[in-house]
Design a protein around this ligand. Structure first.
Ligand SMILES: [Zn+2]
Length: 69
């Protein structure tokens, strides 16, 4: 299994639409994920930011390469 090539796609938790934002997994669970990046849902307008969010936390909650933020 080659986790380095894995890509996680972000989806809006509220409306389940794609955020059109993806994260490339590094294999380092302590790697910060999109720190201080503001993402706005194109569908419902929700704005989300990730603060002190690590790759390990992302992988623990990912479902079929999708992460609902
Ligand atoms: Zn939304």
């Amino acid at each position: 299994m080659n986790k380095e090539l894995k890509v996680i796609d972000f989806y809006c938790k509220k409306c389940k639409k794609s955020m059109k934002v993806s994260y490339m997994v590094t294999g380092n669970r302590n790697y910060p994920v999109l720190p201080r990046v503001m993402m706005k849902c194109h569908h419902c307008g929700r704005v989300m930011t990730l603060k002190n969010f690590k790759e390990g936390e992302l992988l623990d909650r990912v479902e079929q390469d999708k992460y609902y933020i």
